[in-house]
Design a protein around this ligand. Structure first.
Ligand SMILES: *Cc1c(COP(=O)(O)O)cnc(C)c1O
Length: 433
């Protein structure tokens, strides 16, 4: 399968090149030239398949031409050795829990999948590969843990100083070995800008092999489509009928874009809800047809604090830049921190379900938009314990129990290196490595 750039000024590339480069050389995002559809029959028996089995079928549609089946099977099995259950929260409204992986957030799947795919492509490759990743919190941990100790690969995680939670920070700053954490005196957008500039810098690219592991990488975001197929299967398995609506707490829009791919592959989805915090660029686009990126603002759902959502270019491409067509498949909502807190409290007290701040945005939007006869699924993108401080400030001290996996990270020592937002400094740092 070939991958083209959304900017369309450079030739298409192979999967291997798309994965190792991350971003196209004209600064566009890679898109597969075809989206393979499933036969409708597949959806009639999907409820009989496990999360792993479904994911293997979906992975073959994406990567089957480029990766031998036995390798793909190994990658899927190694990436998805945990569950992805649906849990009923209120009437016709379900939480798809994406937090049962190693770092307890949905990005684990893409992080691990990409690491394994990259390792496959780099077999026999002499040079060391440097993965650059900007994180607003969860990407860093998923990528760092996915790539930890993978031979021939070094990872640099850039994160905004003071803007990620303690637990998030511990998950990628304590690993050491091939993982370097860079604490940037700025915002997530500054981190993302530094990474983008590095890819465009000729000197750096001449001296070292650079790739990205942000959700701009096709190997990171496409595997997230597995979740949507699985949610549908688990609903049907439980005998739950009705048109399915997905609500997706969104920042860079990688997760939601993966959902759109699932729909294009034939998954019966009635519509998607783009659930935003106060970083409401896409919400505004859906209302006005105008896309106006701006600086991000900090919220309590910090993994969604994105002012220029990179995957939006892919959404435009999928729908031929038609605002009308996009609006047929997607509606937008946005919530303030106050509303997020309210929702967490209400759902905990009334439904006995603990939401993290991101899931709360998804839940609230779904509750507002769901029509009679429909079944709603919101993506619970992280375990509430990843945001213990915020959650306990709303629900009360002692309400959150730290899972074993997180407690282990908290014991480690932070090993970050401080940098300012000057690209020249970052470049110098990389060149000295
Ligand atoms: C990354 C993240 C999001 C946003 O996902 P995008 O794919 O960037 O839209 C939402 N919630 C959590 C917990 C995340 O880590």
């Amino acid at each position: 399968m070939k991958y083209f750039s959304t900017n369309k000024t450079v030739p298409s590339v192979s999967l291997m090149e798309a994965v190792t480069k991350g971003l196209a050389s004209d600064n566009g995002l890679f898109m597969p030239e075809r989206i393979e559809e499933f036969h409708p029959e597949f959806f009639r028996r999907i409820h009989k398949l496990s999360f792993q089995e479904i994911s293997f079928e979906v992975a073959k549609k994406f990567f089957g031409e480029d990766v031998p089946e036995n390798i793909l099977k190994e990658i899927v099995e190694d990436t998805l050795n945990f569950d992805c259950p649906i849990v009923k929260v209120s009437d016709s409204l379900y939480s798809l829990e994406l937090f049962h992986g190693p770092t307890l957030a949905f990005k684990d799947v893409g992080g691990r999948f990409m690491a394994r795919l990259l390792r496959y492509f780099l077999q026999g490759f002499q040079k060391e590969v440097n993965v650059l990743v900007a994180t607003s919190g969860d990407t860093g941990s998923a990528v760092a843990n996915g790539f930890y100790d993978v031979p021939g690969i070094k990872v640099y995680v850039l994160y905004p100083k003071g803007l990620v939670s303690d637990i998030q920070e511990k998950q990628f700053t304590t690993l050491g070995k091939n993982i370097t954490a860079l604490e940037i005196d700025g915002t997530f957008d500054d981190c993302q800008r530094l990474v983008k500039l590095a890819f465009l810098d000729q000197t750096l690219n001449d001296k070292m092999v650079l790739t990205s592991a942000n959700s701009i990488n096709v190997a990171r975001f496409l595997p997230q489509a597995f979740y949507y197929f699985n949610a549908y299967a688990r609903l049907r398995e439980a005998g739950i009928d009705g048109e399915v609506v997905f609500s997706v707490p969104s920042g860079n829009f990688g997760n939601l874009t993966a959902g759109l791919f699932a729909k294009f592959m034939g998954l019966p989805v009635s519509r998607f809800i783009a659930a935003n915090n106060e970083n409401d660029i896409v919400y505004k686009y859906l209302r006005s047809g105008k896309y106006e990126p701006k600086s991000s603002v900090s919220t309590i759902a910090n993994a969604m604090d994105v002012g220029a959502p990179s995957n939006f270019a892919r959404i435009l491409e999928l729908y031929n830049h038609s605002h009308q067509e996009i609006s047929n498949d997607m509606v937008g909502y946005r919530y303030s921190d106050k509303e997020i807190r309210e929702t967490m409290k209400m759902v905990y007290e009334k439904e006995n379900y603990m939401l993290d701040p991101h899931g709360a945005v998804g839940y609230r939007a779904l509750k507002a938009d769901l029509k009679a006869g429909e079944v709603g699924v919101f993506l619970e993108t992280a375990h509430p314990a990843k945001f213990t401080e915020t959650v306990e400030s709303v629900l009360g001290k002692g309400t959150v129990v730290l899972p074993e996996k997180l407690a282990a990270f908290m014991k480690g020592e932070k090993l970050s290196i401080n940098l300012n937002t000057e690209f020249a400094n970052f470049k110098q740092f990389l060149l000295q490595k």
